[in-house]
Design a protein around this ligand. Structure first.
Ligand code: SAM
Ligand code: DTB
Ligand code: SF4
Length: 335
């Protein structure tokens, strides 16, 4: 085990990292990044909402909660063939991981059967698979593992002490329990949170400390910047200072140095310069494609231009060792 892989971070130590002078923090984060990764490679994931809206939960950031009038068109679980068409397109565009999201509190067993077929189909295309379906029973976790699911995304979202002001229909411990079921059957965890929900720096430190003291660090750590959707209770929240967002990425990189830190939701509102700072701070994964689940994401051409400007290249899929290709030639002149 690498000397910097620790599971004993205290809240004070994580907060002390947040409080470092910006340049020192970025230097430490960039150093940790280089110890574990090629700093010029970025892992590319594409998201698909396979079941949209109509969710019974009250997550106050989420446009898919049925109780908030967000104008979203709900959609039942997609057909297998339609999902595989989207997965093929994602692969052709250069993604190595395909993440299927469903607006469920928890799936029914018959839903899991249908998603298992999607996972088998996506795996057969040569993509890494990820799913985010809500809370899982032990048997459901095992069924997904048996279908070949590599990653399960289930976020802690925020610090334990801020959680109750964001969600009331599900406990923090429920989330920890689902993560335990996922680990127990040998799937990798994708687990992070959202910033910009009105939380304090202490809360951000609390989220990262909780993640970094799980029995194993989540292999992927999505850091989402709240996408403010009209109709959700968090619409109108004061936006997080962009440099504080960069600090959050940097601290995530230092405390979970061998994990993929994903610059997730919120990129559409970020400048190239802010994203470049996030990559400098150790972010090494993005969602690629015009849509997240229900909200927008930068156009692929814009991301290709950003990669070309920064000399970033897509990270090959680990276990397959395939080299992926984003067509950067078309945009080289923009660099
Ligand atoms: N329903 C399942 C669940 O909650 O676990 C899976 C889908 S849910 C949409 C996945 C994650 O998306 C949430 O945990 C949250 O972190 C993120 N998310 C949802 N709405 C968001 C928003 N407006 N801005 C940023 N992240 C958001
Ligand atoms: C994660 O942490 N972020 C993604 C993924 N996991 C499933 C979802 C972001 C959703 C943003 C709001 C939307 O598009 O609905
Ligand atoms: Fe439902 Fe997931 Fe949205 Fe919460 S985050 S309302 S559980 S879709």
């Amino acid at each position: 085990m690498s000397f910097d892989l620790r599971h004993d971070w205290t809240r004070e130590q994580v907060l002390a990292l947040f409080n470092l002078p910006f340049n020192e923090l970025l230097y430490q984060a960039a150093s940790a990044h280089r110890r574990h990764f090629n700093p010029n490679e970025v892992q590319i994931s594409t998201l698909l909402s396979v079941k949209t809206g109509g969710c019974p939960e009250d997550c106050s950031y989420c446009p898919q909660a049925a109780r908030y009038a967000t104008g979203l068109n709900a959609h039942k679980l997609m057909d297998l063939d339609a999902v595989l068409e989207k997965a093929k397109a994602a692969k052709a565009a250069g993604a190595t991981r395909f993440c299927m999201g469903a607006a469920w509190r928890a799936p029914k067993d018959r839903d899991v059967e249908k998603v298992a077929a999607m996972i088998e189909g996506v795996n057969a295309l040569g993509l890494e698979t990820c799913a985010t379906l809500g809370m899982l029973t032990p048997d459901q976790a095992q069924r997904l593992k048996n279908s070949g699911l590599a990653y399960y995304n289930h976020n802690l979202d925020t610090a334990p002490e801020f959680y109750d002001s964001v969600i009331s229909t599900r406990e923090y411990d429920d989330r920890l329990n689902t993560l335990e079921q996922v680990r127990r059957v040998g799937m990798k965890t994708c687990c992070g949170g959202i910033v910009g929900m009105g939380e304090t720096r202490e809360h951000r430190a609390g989220l990262l400390q909780t993640l970094a003291t799980l029995p194993t660090h989540p292999e992927s750590v999505p850091i989402n910047r709240l996408v403010q959707v009209p109709g959700t209770p968090l619409h109108g929240t004061e936006a997080i200072d962009p440099l504080e967002f960069v600090r959050t990425i940097a601290v995530a990189r230092i405390v979970m140095p061998a994990s993929m830190v994903r610059l997730s939701a919120g990129r559409e509102e970020m400048s190239d310069e802010l994203q470049a700072l996030c990559f400098q701070a150790g972010a090494n994964s993005i969602f690629y494609g015009e849509k997240l689940l229900t909200t927008g994401n930068p156009d692929t051409a814009k991301d290709q231009a950003l990669f070309a400007r920064l000399g970033l290249v897509p990270m090959p899929a680990p276990e397959r060792g395939e080299h992926v290709h984003l067509d950067l030639n078309a945009v080289e002149s923009a660099a």
